[in-house]
Write a protein that binds this ligand. Structure first.
Ligand SMILES: NC(=O)c1ccc[n+]([C@@H]2O[C@H](COP(=O)([O-])OP(=O)(O)OC[C@H]3O[C@@H](n4cnc5c(N)ncnc54)[C@H](OP(=O)(O)O)[C@@H]3O)[C@@H](O)[C@H]2O)c1
Length: 341
C-alpha cells in the first residue's frame, strides 16, 4: 500500500478470498490474499477502514456451498465476510461522518465499502475496548437468557465452554444466579483455565472418556439448564443428566461443523424428554437482534466493574486471518479470535 490517492487514501488494499472449497482439513491453499484498488463510495455508501475483524466457527460452515445456517456461503474467488469494526473514511449522502466507529459484516478486507443501511454506529465510550464489540456475547447472552432461561439456583452445563460463545455463556449464567456451572472443552489445559479463570466450577473433557460419565461425576444432582454449542454425545449426555423441567438451548453444533465427519445428526430418546418435561429449543441470534444494545450496556458495565471479562486472542495483519481461522478450528485458542488489520 505505497501509492496514495489525492485524498490521502492508499491506492490499493488487501482482501482475503476463498480460493477453493474444502474437501478435507482447512489448509492455507484454500485462501488467497489479493491486492485490489481501494473502492470509492457512491452516495449512500460508507467506506470503512477496518481496524479489527473476528473469525468464528461458523466460517468453517460457510466455506461449504450449501449449509443449513441462515447466512450466505462464501463464494469461490470472492472475499470472505464476517464481523468487523472500523473507522468511517468517507460516507457521502449518509448520516455517518469520517472518524465514526462502526461495525458491519464485511471483514476479511482492509477497506470495506458498505451500504449505509448495513452499517451500525458504535459508541466509543460504551465498551472499554472497541474490539469487544466483536465478542460473541450477544449469542451467549441470548442463549443464557432466552434459550436456556437460566435462573437463580440452577446447575448449568455449557458445551464448547472455552470458545468465543461458551467463554462468555458461563460468566453470564453466573450473573443470572446459577450456582454450579460445568463446561466442556477439548483439553486438560483449557479445562484448568475454565475453572481457574472463567468462573466454571468443573469441566468435562472431549476425548477423555464418556462425557455422560464425566458429567454425572461433575453434576451428581443433574442439570437444570444446558447451553449446547456442540451436539452429538455432549447433547446426549446433557439430556441424560437433565432434571425435570430442564431447559436445553441448542445454540451451536460444533461436533458436526468442525469434526470433518460430515455427520449432522444426534440420536435422541424423545420419551425421556417428554417424561421429564424437558424443553429443547433451537435459537438463533437473527431472531433476537434487539438484545444486542442491552447486551452491550451490560458488557460495558461488567468489563468496567470486573464482573465480566472478554477472553480473546489477537493476531496481527490481514495475512494472518486464514491462520486465525485454522487455529480456531484446531482448538488452539480460548475465547474469541480477532485479527487486527
Ligand atoms: N445460534 C446462533 O445464533 C449462533 C451465533 C453465533 C455462533 N453460533 C454457534 O455457536 C457455536 C460456538 O461458536 P464459537 O464461534 O464460539 O466457536 P468456538 O467454540 O470458538 O469454536 C472453536 C472451538 O470448537 C471446539 N471444537 C473443535 N473441534 C470440535 C469438535 N470436533 N467437537 C466439539 N468441539 C470442537 C474447540 O474447542 P475445545 O478445544 O474447547 O473443544 C475450538 O476451540 C458454533 O456452533 C457457532 O456456529 C450460533
Amino acid at each position: 500500500m505505497t501509492n496514495r490517492t489525492e485524498g490521502g487514501l492508499p491506492a490499493t488494499h488487501r482482501e482475503v478470498r476463498l480460493a477453493a472449497r474444502p474437501q478435507g482439513p482447512i489448509t492455507d491453499d484454500l485462501f488467497e490474499v489479493a491486492e485490489v484498488p481501494v473502492p470509492r463510495p457512491a452516495p449512500g455508501q460508507v467506506l470503512v477502514r477496518n481496524t479489527t475483524m473476528a473469525v468464528a466457527a461458523v466460517m468453517r460452515t460457510l466455506m461449504d456451498e450449501v449449509t443449513p445456517v441462515p447466512m450466505p456461503s462464501f463464494v469461490v474467488g470472492e472475499p470472505l465476510h464476517g464481523s468487523a469494526i472500523g473507522e468511517v473514511v468517507e460516507a457521502p449522502g449518509t448520516d455517518f461522518a469520517p472518524g465514526d466507529l462502526v461495525e458491519h459484516h464485511f471483514g476479511w478486507r482492509e477497506y470495506a465499502l458498505v451500504d449505509a443501511a448495513a452499517v451500525q454506529r458504535r459508541d466509543r465510550d460504551l465498551l472499554p475496548d472497541p474490539a469487544a464489540y466483536l465478542s460473541q456475547g450477544p449469542t451467549a447472552y441470548m442463549g443464557v437468557v432466552r434459550g436456556a432461561e437460566v435462573r437463580a439456583g440452577d446447575t448449568v452445563f455449557v458445551t464448547g465452554a472455552a470458545g468465543g460463545v461458551g467463554s462468555l455463556a458461563g460468566q453470564i449464567a453466573r450473573l443470572r444466579g446459577a450456582v454450579r456451572i460445568i463446561g466442556s472443552t477439548g483439553s486438560q489445559r483449557k479445562a484448568d483455565i475454565l475453572v481457574k479463570e472463567l468462573g466454571y466450577d468443573a469441566a468435562v473433557i472431549r476425548g477423555a472418556g464418556p462425557i455422560e460419565e464425566q458429567l454425572r461425576a461433575a453434576a451428581p444432582d443433574g442439570v437444570d439448564a444446558v447451553f449446547d454449542n456442540v451436539g452429538g454425545d455432549q447433547l446426549q449426555a446433557a439430556i441424560a443428566l437433565a432434571n425435570r423441567g430442564a431447559r436445553i438451548a441448542l445454540v451451536g453444533a460444533l461436533s458436526a461443523q468442525l469434526s470433518g465427519s460430515g455427520a449432522h445428526t444426534t440420536e435422541i430418546d424423545t420419551l425421556s424428554l417428554l417424561a421429564r418435561s424437558i424443553t429443547l429449543r433451537g435459537i438463533a441470534l437473527y431472531d433476537h437482534l434487539s438484545l444486542i444494545p442491552e447486551w452491550n450496556e451490560q458488557f460495558g458495565r461488567g468489563l468496567r466493574d470486573g464482573t465480566l471479562t472478554f477472553p480473546h486472542t489477537r493476531l496481527h495483519g490481514i495475512e494472518e486471518a486464514p491462520r486465525a481461522l485454522m487455529e480456531l478450528i484446531e482448538g488452539r485458542h480460548m475465547g474469541a479470535v480477532l485479527v487486527e488489520l
